[in-house]
Design a protein around this ligand. Structure first.
Ligand code: RIB
Ligand code: CA
Length: 322
C-alpha cells in the first residue's frame, strides 16, 4: 500500500537526496514538504524546498515552518556542512514560479492529520520544532497520525554517539526541548539515528555511478553532493558521506531493512550533554523513572547494502520515467 507522508525537512544536501528518494518511490505519496531551520535559515530552507518542487514538478505542498528552536538559543545554520544557503554549491534561483502555502507548518500538519485520520506518516529529518509546536497547539494529533519517523539522535550502538557534540546528533542538538516532547508523546515514533545512518555510506564511487546511470536526477544528486563530500573528506576523513535523511525514507519504504529496539526515549535538554538521546529498553521497575509514556522504536542495525541498492534502483527508475 502506498504510504502518504509529510516530510518535515531543513534542505540541506542530504535532505534534497531524501526528497528525491521519496518522490521517486512508488511506495510513497509525498504530500508536503514542511520546512524548518537547521542546515540553513528558514528562508533558505523554504527556498530550497520550493526550488526542488519546481525542478521536479512535485505535487507536494511546500509550507514554511519554524525559524528558531522551541526554547534554546539558536545555534545557527550548519553552513560548514551544507554551504552558505543549504544546497552546497547549488544556488536556488531568487525568483521561483511556485509558492509556499500560507499557513505555518505546524498548522498545516494539524489540518492534514485532522482531514485524514490514521492515513499520514510524519517523517522528520530536521530539528523537531514544527512537530512540537503542532503537539502543543493540538495534542489530539497523537491519535490522528499513522506513524512518526525521525532521522535524529544517537544511542551509542556500534559506537555512534554524536556528530555535533560528543553526545548529540545535529537535529536533536538544534532543538532538544522539541525532541523530548516529540519522543515522549503518546504516539508511535520510529527513530533512525546515527546508530544506523552512520553505518551506510554513499561512497564517492557510488555517487559517480549514480550520476552515470540516473540521467539528470543522478547528475543533480552528484552536483549537490560535491560540497558535502568536501566536508566529509576534510573534516571526517571519509571519501563519501553517511546516509542520514534518505535512511528515514528507506525505513518508510521497507522497515525490514532495520532492526528496531522498543522502549521509551528521553532527551537531555540542558547543559553540556544537551541533545543526548537515551532509551530505556529494560523492563525493570525503578523507584524514579521518567521514561514512560511512549514505547518508541530505535534503529540499532541496518542492512546497508540493500538500502544502498534500494536508493540506487529507485532513483534510476525515476530518472527513466521522466
Ligand atoms: O545529523 C544528520 C542530520 O543533520 C541530517 O538531517 C542532516 O540533514 C542534518 O540536518
Ligand atoms: Ca536534515
Amino acid at each position: 500500500m502506498v504510504k502518504k507522508i509529510i516530510l518535515d525537512t531543513d534542505p540541506g544536501i542530504d535532505d534534497a537526496m531524501a526528497i528525491i528518494f521519496a518522490e521517486a518511490s512508488p511506495d510513497i505519496e509525498l504530500t508536503a514538504l514542511t520546512t524548518v531551520f537547521g542546515n540553513a535559515t528558514i528562508e533558505n530552507s523554504t527556498r530550497n524546498a520550493l526550488y526542488l518542487k519546481q525542478k521536479y514538478q512535485l505535487k507536494a505542498d511546500v509550507v514554511q515552518g519554524a525559524a528558531k528552536p522551541f526554547l534554546r538559543a539558536p545555534v545557527g545554520a550548519t553552513t560548514v556542512v551544507h554551504g552558505e544557503k543549504g544546497l552546497g554549491n547549488i544556488e536556488a534561483p531568487e525568483h521561483l514560479e511556485v509558492e509556499a502555502d500560507s499557513r505555518p507548518a505546524y498548522q498545516y500538519i494539524i489540518d492534514a492529520l485532522t482531514a485524514e485520520p490514521g492515513e499520514i506518516t510524519l517523517v522528520a529529518v530536521g530539528p523537531l520544532t514544527n512537530l512540537a509546536l503542532a503537539l502543543e497547539a493540538e495534542p489530539e494529533i497523537v491519535n490522528l497520525v499513522k506513524e512518526v519517523v525521525v532521522m535524529g539522535g544517537a544511542f551509542g550502538e556500534s559506537g555512534h554517539r554524536g556528530n555535533v557534540s560528543p553526545y548529540a546528533e545535529a537535529n536533536i542538538y538544534d532543538d532538544p526541548h522539541a525532541a523530548d516532547r516529540v519522543f515522549s508523546a503518546d504516539w508511535p515514533v520510529a527513530i533512525i539515528g546515527l546508530d544506523v545512518t552512520e553505518e551506510s555510506f554513499f561512497s564517492s564511487e557510488y555517487l559517480d555511478q549514480l550520476r552515470d546511470d540516473a540521467g539528470e536526477v543522478g547528475q543533480f544528486i552528484w552536483d549537490v553532493s560535491r560540497y558535502y563530500l568536501k566536508f566529509y573528506s576534510q573534516r571526517v576523513g571519509l571519501q563519501g558521506c553517511h546516509v542520514h535523511d534518505p535512511s528515514a525514507i528507506a525505513y518508510v519504504i521497507d522497515p525490514q531493512l532495520f532492526t528496531m529496539r522498543r522502549g521509551p526515549v528521553r532527551v537531555v535538554t540542558e547543559g553540556p550533554a544537551a541533545g543526548y538521546t537515551i532509551q530505556k529498553f529494560d523492563q525493570r521497575n525503578y523507584m524514579h523513572d521518567e521514561w514512560s509514556g511512549g514505547a518508541q522504536l530505535v534503529g540499532v542495525k541496518v542492512h546497508s547494502e540493500s538500502l544502498l541498492e534500494l536508493y540506487r534502483q529507485t532513483v534510476i527508475s525515476f530518472s527513466q520515467s521522466r
